[in-house]
Design a protein around this ligand. Structure first.
Ligand SMILES: *Cc1c(COP(=O)(O)O)cnc(C)c1O
Length: 515
């Protein structure tokens, strides 16, 4: 047990108790308890008046039992979260190869602009005349998104890619219902991100999956066989989650339209084609764009996302509010459209802070710079693919787009699995790549470096991957079996953690909290 009452040993991943410290800390690697174990019952970070608290706490809600949150002083709270953050990996620490996630650098210029008082300190209920600058940002962002995609309309408010998918399918359903043609089925390729079938199911559609060809693309014949008068939409990702461009996309769009269905594109991978291809020219009717991927706003643990959806002419009449319209020199926000088939997707206007960051990224790159984003992202992924193809097994022949897909054939007979390989990468100081996705190849490892990595950082990463691949082939199972060996927490039994979580915190005796 260490000073903070937690057992050391198993939680110290080297298992090296001979070198254990009294605190449980290892120099700068500090042990940290749960917030609830910090023993702050009855303590507060601020001085509150003694009287009237019980009757009038938490916005007038009367409490009849302790709220169940420990009290902490400000330094305690700051240290707790800072210590936890130091156990974590972050894009500001190093390359984040997570495929299908576009973990690129978030330029500090974005943060500086988003922090300006005219953006950071405004409120959505402020009079419109006082927030004309913010509305101008929304209008400009809409202009860039519609120009880059070649699609006439955009709904800015959805708050993530998955929320954008929901918006897109709701709009498609509204358009179908408006023509008296409610349909029941949505086609989704088997390589799709899990959010696609989930969205279709949430909208009440039956999900019908389309197989992939051996070349990792949608099997067009299989898709055509599944098209019918009950199909509302096809949801396709392009470039797809194998990191490949769907080369039959024009034909796919024509077939889908001929069947009276709409063509939804999952635009999460827009990073690979921005400035090179306009989705509107490919026959797409609706596509969400993850500002937190393509346009560099923070995501993951780092911040909220934003998933605007662009629409074709056919779907324009059904775009949900809120949106900005220009009247002379003034900008106005349309918040409610009477009798709209699709109501608003969010309480206010969307993730304003992300709009500012994304527009900053666009303006600082310009049109030619955004084209270079796509070119460099694709170049970096192919550099990794080519540099590793002699020791790992790329799943498909030929160049990839923005992410390189490997499978586990190179680990055959080594006793090392994709999971072991990913865990050993943690010991090398990297967040693992995406593993076991997409499902169309065995033991997938999907690597997306993004355009913001230098050749030096790619070479370091390639060096780590090569060394692991060679170690696996050389039978150095030591490096994999107990990996991660050097992380703050060793290999977890993930199944047990999910099935029998140990929730150590117990609500304290009311007496203790009332002291
Ligand atoms: C990230 C991603 C999504 C979901 O986006 P969120 O913003 O996480 O909701 C959907 N599809 C693909 C292909 C993605 O990469």
């Amino acid at each position: 047990m260490n000073r903070q009452g937690r057992p050391t040993g198993p939680s110290v991943s080297t298992g090296d108790t001979a070198g254990a410290t009294w605190t449980g800390n290892k120099a700068l690697a500090l042990d940290e308890k749960l917030l609830f174990e910090l023993d702050g019952w009855g303590r507060t970070g601020v001085d509150l008046p003694d009287d009237g608290l019980d009757a009038d706490c938490l916005g007038g809600l009367n409490r009849n039992k302790p709220i169940g949150l420990p009290g902490l002083s400000e330094p305690q709270a700051v240290r707790h979260y800072t210590r936890l953050s130091r156990k974590n990996y972050a894009i500001d620490m190093g390359l984040f190869p997570l495929g299908s996630c576009t973990m690129k650098h978030n330029p500090r210029l974005n943060e500086k602009i988003a922090g300006l008082a005219g953006f950071a300190d405004i409120h959505p209920l402020q009079p419109v005349s006082t927030v004309q600058g913010a509305l101008e940002v929304m209008e400009q962002l809409a202009y860039w998104l519609t120009t880059l995609t070649g699609m006439p309309g955009v709904a800015l408010s959805p708050k993530a890619g998955a929320h954008g998918e929901l918006c897109g399918l709701m709009v498609i359903r509204a358009a179908l219902e408006a023509r008296g043609d409610a349909r029941s089925r949505v086609l989704v390729p088997e390589s799709a991100h899990g959010t696609n079938p989930a969205t279709a199911a949430l909208c009440g559609y039956t999900v019908d999956s389309i197989p992939a060809t051996p070349a990792g693309r949608v099997d067009v014949d299989a898709m055509v066989a599944k098209l019918g008068p009950d199909v509302a939409a096809l949801m396709l990702t392009n470039p797809n989650t194998c990191g490949l461009f769907e080369s039959d996309i024009i034909e796919i769009a024509e077939k889908v339209h001929a069947a009276g269905a709409f063509f939804y594109c999952d635009g999460a991978n827009f990073n690979a084609i921005v400035g090179k291809v306009r989705p509107g020219d490919l026959g797409i009717d609706a596509m969400h764009i993850n500002l937190h991927k393509t346009f560099s706003t923070p995501h993951g643990g780092g911040g909220p996302g934003a998933g605007p959806v662009v629409f074709s002419d056919a779907l324009m009449p059904f775009i949900p509010p809120a949106y900005v319209v220009r009247e002379g020199l003034d900008l106005r926000l349309v918040e409610d459209v009477p009798h709209a088939q699709v109501g608003r997707m969010t309480a206010f206007h969307g993730q304003m802070g992300m709009f500012v960051r994304a527009l900053t990224y666009m303006l600082s790159h310009g049109g030619d710079g955004l084209r270079q984003v796509a070119e460099d992202a694709v170049l970096n992924a192919n550099y990794i693919r080519e540099s590793l193809k002699d020791v790992m097994t790329p799943s498909f022949d030929g160049p990839c787009m923005h992410e390189a897909l490997f499978d586990d054939r190179f680990l055959k007979d080594t006793g090392v699995s994709t999971l072991d390989f990913a865990k050993a990468l943690i010991d090398e100081g990297y967040h693992p790549m995406t593993m076991y996705f997409p499902l169309v190849v065995h033991g997938a490892m999907l690597v997306e470096p993004t355009e913001t990595e230098s050749k030096e950082s790619l070479d370091d990463f390639i060096g780590a991957m090569r060394s692991l691949a060679l170690a696996a082939k050389a039978g150095d199972t030591e490096r994999f079996a107990s990996a991660p060996r050097f992380a703050p927490v060793g290999r977890l039994d993930e199944t047990r953690a999910a099935r029998t979580p140990i929730l150590t915190w117990q609500e304290p005796e009311p007496k203790a909290a009332a002291e």
